[in-house]
Design a protein around this ligand. Structure first.
Ligand code: NAD
Length: 498
């Protein structure tokens, strides 16, 4: 049985709190190890390590910090397969999907390699007689990242590389469900030349998180996870005077217009609803065909594809969908399917009895497809986070847009159509942070910001892209005059620059 501890001051260390959580292999259902939960004292040691390493790191030239990012890119590339295997062993997603996750995280490291350009300030000469002004970006100090189970490598990489490149220290608190891959990342940061103590990791639960939220030396917190947790982190973190970005849950709709390429829409829905067993914050969980004709055709084509999904352990070639992350989560998702039936939705494909031969204890659920879901049902309102696609039939484009805008979440949305006018009107009218036009999962590339609207994000900054740089730096404006012989004398009124 493996035991995962913390990473403090440049070293892997065992937990000392005596509190642990179990680690499972979702493919077999077997308990494979345990993860230590950090006490307030361990959190304090991690924050202190980051705090003491940070000033010297911030003093390094921008070029030196950039070169460490180039090295980090190379080191992660070399370890991509090792990271992907660690993800699959504890999350359950297919190896191919895990490799994709590592690649998407790596893209943020590549973005951070452009540090000299990203950190460039602004300069205005002669704003007054003999006076120049420059605005510069400076690091915040110690930043914290608290991350969810569903992307144990990509989401820490949304945060740590940019925070560190900008000159900050960093403490990561990854999900307790799949802690091995984030622990590997710590070694890789060190190997890339990040100074000992600058980047740390504490594993844990709410108690650990609370210690981070209240720590006086933590300047900023990036969080990604469920909405209830995001709201708690935002409220508590800001009450302690910290800068917080807290990304929450989602319910992503995909509108299928009558003129859409239906085969393309069906392929898109299969991947976006059932890929990674629906455990993606950008998964499509609601299909919105416009008009009964499109709805009937869509269900007719989707149903056999959902029944034929290739389900199995993520390490097996050809598998399209792996197990869910834990038994507890499997039971939660299954109970939502029960609820949908009780609420009166039509369960077209029922995956509840799916059994994986040879892996009877694994956390598998077959793909589920609902038709005739209505907006008052809980299976429509709540985020289920599993391989369950709900179909809500809309009578018109306007009804589809109104439905999307009325939903409490605002992470991602997509429209499938051949009509440029409709696509443009849709992108303009929806109050959602990320919009796809014939693109089902519109996750922005690393040099654009990622973030939802409404209750999918608390705070003012999206993650990565220039938004990330802004989040991890504070702006300083320096107004300078040199004694060039101009003497204005003592000024008692507001200076008027001429
Ligand atoms: P979660 O909120 O349960 O956990 C996220 C992190 O918060 C973990 O590190 C966990 O240990 C910690 N945590 C959990 N409960 C806590 C509490 N009560 N107090 C303090 N800390 C707590 O989320 P999860 O189940 O790991 O991840 C799935 C959720 O994340 C889904 O809702 C999904 O939509 C969301 N998510 C959102 C995005 C996004 O970009 N918006 C991306 C990925 C996942």
């Amino acid at each position: 049985m493996k035991e995962v501890g913390h990473f403090i001051g440049g070293k892997a260390v065992a937990g000392t709190s005596g509190r642990f959580g179990p680690i499972f292999d979702p493919a077999t259902g077997e308990e494979t190890g345990r993860v230590a939960f950090a006490s307030a004292a361990e959190v304090d040691a991690a924050v202190r390590a980051a705090k003491s390493a940070q000033p010297a790191w911030a003093e390094q030239t921008v070029l030196r910090r950039m070169r460490v990012m180039f090295k980090l890119k190379e080191v992660i590339e070399r370890n991509a397969d090792r990271l992907a295997r660690a993800i699959t062993a504890e999350h359950g997603k297919t190896l191919e999907d895990a490799r994709g996750e590592v690649q998407r995280g790596l893209e943020v490291v590549e973005f951070a390699c452009g540090l000299p350009q990203l950190m460039k300030g602004e300069f205005s000469q002669q704003v007054g007689t003999g006076i120049d002004i420059l605005s510069v970006r400076q690091p915040l100090g110690v930043c914290v990242g608290i991350t969810p189970f569903n992307f144990p490598v990509m989401i820490p990489l949304w945060m740590a590389p940019l925070a560190v490149a900008c000159g900050n220290g960093f403490v990561l608190k990854p999900s307790e469900k799949d802690p091995t891959a984030p622990a590997i990342l710590m070694e890789l940061f060190l190997e890339a030349g990040v100074p000992e103590g600058l980047v740390n990791l504490v594993n844990g639960d709410k108690e650990t998180v609370n210690a981070l939220l209240a720590h006086p030396d933590v300047a900023a917190i990036s969080f990604v996870g469920a909405t209830a947790t995001a709201e708690y982190i935002y409220r508590t973190g800001t009450a302690h005077g910290k800068r917080v970005q807290a990304l929450g849950g989602a319910k992503n709709h995909m509108v299928v217009m009558p003129d859409a390429d239906l085969d393309m829409a069906v392929d898109a829905l299969m991947g976006a609803a059932y890929g990674s067993a629906g455990e993606r914050c950008m998964a499509v969980s609601v299909a919105v065909p416009v008009g009964d004709k499109v709805a009937d055709a869509l269900i007719e084509r989707l149903a056999p594809r959902v029944r034929q999904l290739k389900i199995g352990p993520g390490t097996e070639p050809g598998v399209e969908m792996g197990p869910l992350v834990t038994r507890e989560h499997l039971e939660k998702v299954r109970s939502y399917v029960d609820l949908g039936v009780m609420e009166g939705a039509e369960l077209v494909v029922d995956g509840r009895d799916f059994k994986m031969q040879g892996y009877e204890k694994g956390f598998y659920l077959g793909g589920c497809l609902f038709d005739r879901v209505t907006t008052d049902m809980r299976i429509y309102k709540d985020e289920i986070f599993g391989p369950v696609l709900s179909t809500v039939r809309a009578k018109s484009f306007d009804e589809a847009v109104a439905m999307i805008n009325a939903h409490e979440y605002g992470n991602g949305v997509a429209i499938f159509t051949r009509d440029g006018d409709a696509a443009r009107a849709f992108a303009n009218a929806v109050n959602i942070g990320m919009v796809g036009i014939n693109v089902p999962i519109p996750v922005p590339v690393a040099f654009h910001g990622f973030g939802g609207w409404k209750r999918s994000l608390f705070g003012d900054h999206h993650t990565h892209g220039m938004e990330g740089v802004r989040f991890y730096t504070k702006l300083k404006a320096i107004t300078a005059r040199w004694p060039t012989g101009i003497r204005a004398g003592a000024e008692f009124s507001m200076p008027q620059l001429r």
